[in-house]
Design a binder for this molecule. Structure first.
Ligand SMILES: Cc1cc2nc3c(=O)[nH]c(=O)nc-3n(C[C@H](O)[C@H](O)[C@H](O)COP(=O)(O)OP(=O)(O)OC[C@H]3O[C@@H](n4cnc5c(N)ncnc54)[C@H](O)[C@@H]3O)c2cc1C
Length: 480
């Protein structure tokens, strides 16, 4: 039986950011995640943009969290050594109606406090982005927009929280929640354990409504909306330098073309209603993405695509995020966190801690709180740095992933970190193995061997990603 002050349900960017914020204080906290790793839901499958904040309506919590979150994400990435690049973004207008829309976004952004917004003419667009279509008549330029590695940010937040004493329970789906004895606190059933918590925060992403109904009467429902993407090889990564949006429509922010922090080009998403758990891609959806993106940037070489993927938006009937205490005192929600949820998460987390404090949680800061983190990335080191590292630890002299220049030393370090991976994709999210052109075709078997060696797991038990996604089933030539 576990007793904590706060139980956080869901290890996406929202749950991880909250765990990190709570770990500043003398508060016991635990994050309960049903999958075998954090950052495996919507947080790993999105556009990875740190939005500037001109989209949300002024006065909404979304607008406030977006603009605050934009600055916080960048600060956190600096402190926790997470890839993030301030690229700026353009929203293109192709006709008179869209030029009016750009004007609306400009004024909305000013009201929301977005710094440095400007409306560019065609010559200025061309100067910034030669690959953008000549048909663009104007663009809203937002210099504070950025690109980030979403899963590395969530991992860094969770890992730092664990270093500071917070708990993370993986493979722990919350299946029941009831009030504690005398109506005080809560008792959660998760992963075969009973967790007693004074406060509970539901940050369960697309399933936040289902988790809510474990305790509360139905008050909101998630209608998942799927977005599909192309990820293109690094040969295309420099085609544009900014995030290139089109004017937003009923379906959200529309199809974008953007560089990624790992040097690729991302193109997407579309928007279509979907079932929970449906992460398929379809020929029609991808064709729509290609056609729409070509309007902004005609020269995208889609034959250089190395991966298609999709993510699910947690849409509700509310325009705004649902952040606050539920009808059951002590049970809080971070729900309906659609875009710009990745950007907003650190600001939501700070606000949630304030709300927990207002509800009676004692918030005494820890003097010994550590919020710095450093990750060794071999390929970013100088020749002298690499030589010194190999001298100290020869495993850094063995390149495992040749596409991305990832060494055995980095994989072993990740496997012995405070929040170690247990799958091929878990190693990929931490070290970048398999992110290159071959998508793990060459390094996958070697990574599997290293995980097995370092963790003592049989290779047949090591999944590609989620539990049960088996990679190997046994030896083909037993005894040889
Ligand atoms: C196509 C698309 C593009 C987007 N682009 C951007 C963007 O560019 N910029 C931006 O700011 N935002 C963007 N977003 C939004 C952003 O990705 C999300 O708002 C954010 O990732 C949501 O994080 P989360 O923590 O709420 O949910 P998730 O990341 O989904 O995490 C929820 C977690 O809860 C777990 N869980 C569920 N039920 C239970 C249970 N019963 N017990 C235990 N655990 C449970 C799940 O396994 C999951 O890990 C985009 C979203 C989509 C879909």
């Amino acid at each position: 039986m576990i007793h904590v002050d706060v139980a956080v349900i869901g290890g996406g960017i929202c749950g991880c950011a909250l765990l990190y914020e709570l770990s500043r204080y003398r508060v016991s906290s635990i994050l309960l995640e049903r999958e075998n790793d954090v950052s495996i839901g919507t947080t790993k499958a999105n556009s990875a943009i740190v939005h500037a904040g001109y989209d949300p309506l002024p006065g909404t919590s979304m607008a406030r969290y977006n603009v605050e979150g934009n600055a916080l994400v960048k600060e956190l990435c600096r402190k926790l050594d997470v890839p993030c690049k301030e690229t700026g973004s353009l929203v293109l207008a192709f006709d008179g109606e869209e030029m009016l829309q750009v004007d609306v976004l400009f004024h909305r952004g000013r009201k929301n406090g977005v710094p440095g917004l400007r409306v560019l003419n065609p010559a200025e667009i061309r100067e910034l982005e030669p690959a953008v279509s000549d048909a663009a008549k104007a663009a809203l330029y937002a210099p504070s927009a950025a690109i980030v590695s979403p899963w590395e940010l969530a991992l860094a937040l969770a890992e730092t929280a664990v270093r500071n004493g917070a708990g993370v329970r993986l493979n722990s789906e919350v299946t029941a929640i009831r009030k504690g004895a005398g109506g005080r606190g809560f008792i959660l059933a998760a992963g075969g354990e009973e967790i007693h918590a004074r406060y509970v925060v539901n940050a369960a992403g697309v399933d936040c409504d289902l988790v809510d109904r474990l305790l509360n009467p139905a008050s909101f429902t998630v209608h998942p909306s799927k977005g599909q993407y192309y990820l293109l090889d690094k040969s295309q990564g420099a085609l544009v330098k900014h995030v290139i949006f089109q004017c937003p429509g009923k379906q959200g922010k529309g199809v974008l073309v953007a560089p990624t922090v790992h040097g690729n080009l991302i193109v997407g998403p579309d928007a279509e209603p979907a079932e929970r758990g449906d992460l398929s891609t379809t020929a029609e959806g991808l064709e729509f993405v290609r056609r729409t993106a070509a309007k902004s940037v005609p020269g995208i070489a889609f034959r250089e695509s190395i991966r298609n993927f999709s993510g699910l938006r947690a849409l509700t009937d509310e325009e705004d995020f649902i952040v606050g205490e539920s009808e059951t005192p002590g049970f809080f929600r971070i729900a309906g966190i659609k875009s710009p949820g990745l950007t907003s998460a650190p600001a939501i987390a700070r606000d949630m801690v304030r709300m927990l404090g207002a509800s009676g949680l004692a918030l005494e800061e820890k003097a010994e709180w550590v919020d710095r983190r450093h990750v060794v990335r071999f390929k970013q080191l100088s020749a002298a740095g690499r030589a010194e590292l190999i001298r100290r630890q020869p495993l850094y002299g063995r390149i495992v992933c040749r596409c991305e220049t990832v060494t055995e030393g980095e994989i072993v370090a990740a496997l012995h970190s405070p929040l170690p991976p247990c799958s091929l994709d878990g190693v990929k999210r931490r070290c970048g193995t398999g992110m290159g052109r071959c998508q793990g075709g060459f390094c996958g078997p070697r990574v599997l061997e290293i995980i097995a060696r370092e963790t003592g797991c049989a290779p047949e038990q090591i999944p590609q990603d989620r539990a049960g996604m088996t990679v190997v089933t046994g030896r083909t030539k037993e005894g040889q």
